[in-house]
Design a protein around this ligand. Structure first.
Ligand code: AMP
Ligand code: ZN
Ligand code: FE
Ligand code: FE
Length: 271
């Protein structure tokens, strides 16, 4: 299975139903859809999974911050209430405003795009990869990674920070939605040292098996999880065919989903 995937509801390229087809093609038994700061693709994904015989866990990847450090939290089994949906809609609109701010920065550099040039459907969530794709299409850069390296990266000239949840808020939102909160890819970008603090904040698990994690990092995370009674998870962070990580790599055993379900069922009742 693969517990970390993106669809075109955020910055992935495949519609949820195509993601389900790709998962079946790859021989997977289950996936979690974990789009950035949106739950909107889950309904389509779960329905397609039901029709085609693939278990789909409705999820999310929430952009959070802890002591100025960006931390991504995965939420699994999300059945969100109105309060979270409203907050996510606010964040979606803030991402549109932020996209416009990045276009303004580019214009100051003599590169003019309008919102219409950005390849994202109305009502869906905008991210930097969409702008990167537009820059590739126009021939300003040769690849998405070149766009990040020269313009859009966290210290690049076009970067504008996005609105983020505090870790405490995100965990509360996930738990209120009946879900489990899992720290995404702590082995990249300085999150690993924050694991003890994240554990105290109430996370349920940590993503250990991840394309950019070395075997050493994965096993350090697994040991941390064992010490603190957390679920060890994994996923690919798949976004698009032929670009970035492949769906279902690294392979993740179904027993991990059983552990997540057991933890979910043993959780204290939530209001
Ligand atoms: P955003 O949420 O708009 O800040 O965009 C962050 C997303 O951009 C990440 O989730 C990745 O999918 C993608 N990304 C970040 N850095 C890079 C990079 N160097 N090359 C390609 N994609 C990247
Ligand atoms: Zn992404
Ligand atoms: Fe992430
Ligand atoms: Fe991701």
């Amino acid at each position: 299975m693969d517990l970390h995937t993106h669809s075109n509801y955020s910055d992935g390229r495949l519609p949820p139903a195509d993601l389900v087809e790709e998962a079946l093609f790859r021989g997977l038994s289950a996936i979690a859809l974990t789009d950035h700061d949106t739950l909107d693709g889950n309904e389509e994904a779960v329905l397609a999974g039901r029709e085609r015989g693939l278990e789909v866990i409705p999820g999310i990847e929430m952009s959070c911050e802890m002591d100025g450090q960006e931390v991504h939290l995965l939420g699994y089994f999300m059945d969100a209430d109105a309060r979270l949906r409203k907050r996510l809609e606010e964040m979606r609109l803030a991402r549109e405003t932020r996209m416009q701010a990045m276009l303004d920065r580019l214009e100051e550099m003599g590169i003019v795009f309008t919102m219409k040039d950005i390849p994202q459907e109305a009502g869906k969530s905008f991210g930097r990869p969409h702008l990167a794709q537009a820059m590739v299409s126009r021939g300003i850069v040769r690849s998405v990674s070149e766009a990040f390296a020269r313009y859009l990266g966290d210290s690049g000239p076009v970067y504008v920070a996005k609105e983020r949840f505090t870790v405490a808020d995100a965990i509360e939102h996930i738990h209120d939605a009946g879900g489990l909160a899992v720290v995404a890819h702590p082995g990249v970008a300085g999150v690993f040292p924050h694991l003890p603090e994240l554990e105290r904040a109430g996370i349920d698990g940590v993503e250990a098996y991840y394309p950019k994690h070395s075997p050493t990092t994965a096993s350090e995370i697994a040991q941390f999880c064992q010490r603190h009674d957390l679920v060890v998870t994994g996923g690919s962070d798949f976004h698009a065919l032929g670009e970035g990580p492949s769906l279902g790599v690294p392979p993740v055993e179904m027993s991990i989903l059983d552990s997540l379900k057991a933890r979910r069922n043993s959780a204290p009742p939530r209001p």
